[in-house]
Design a binder for this molecule. Structure first.
Ligand SMILES: [Zn+2]
Length: 125
């Protein structure tokens, strides 16, 4: 399947799955810093990283806008507030981001194909 669509031989299995997953809904959005949980040694996890009902460890504190960048899932391009990174990209709503160049190269052709009608015969009315 997916013959003719651009693929890269350096993709991990997870990256290939992400590109081929038609159940994901990608939206173009401005990137914004988010609140983050910060551990005493300075390691951060984005707010929401702990699923419902799971509490972060007691020694973590919530830092307003502490999550100051994300990475493109495919090329590792940085998203951050200007001038430190891309100000805009595509997200599937689960804190995963794709840069615009990757989205247009890899996702756009696949989504265009997926949106074509299965049956290409002309409807007669
Ligand atoms: Zn990218």
């Amino acid at each position: 399947m997916a013959h003719g669509f651009p693929v890269e031989n350096w993709w991990t299995a997870g990256q290939a799955e992400l590109v081929e997953d038609r159940s994901l809904t990608w939206r173009r959005q401005q990137w914004n810093a988010r609140d983050a949980w910060m551990s005493p040694d300075g390691a951060a996890r984005p707010f929401g990283a702990f699923p419902d009902g799971a509490r972060p460890p007691d020694d973590m504190r919530l830092v307003k806008d502490g999550w100051d960048h994300d990475r493109c899932q495919l090329c590792w391009e940085t998203f951050a507030e200007a001038p430190h990174g891309q100000p805009e990209g595509y997200t599937d709503g689960t804190q995963r981001w794709l840069c615009i160049a990757c989205f247009e190269t890899y996702l756009t052709p696949r989504l265009r194909q997926a949106n074509l009608p299965e049956d290409d015969s002309c409807p007669s009315s």
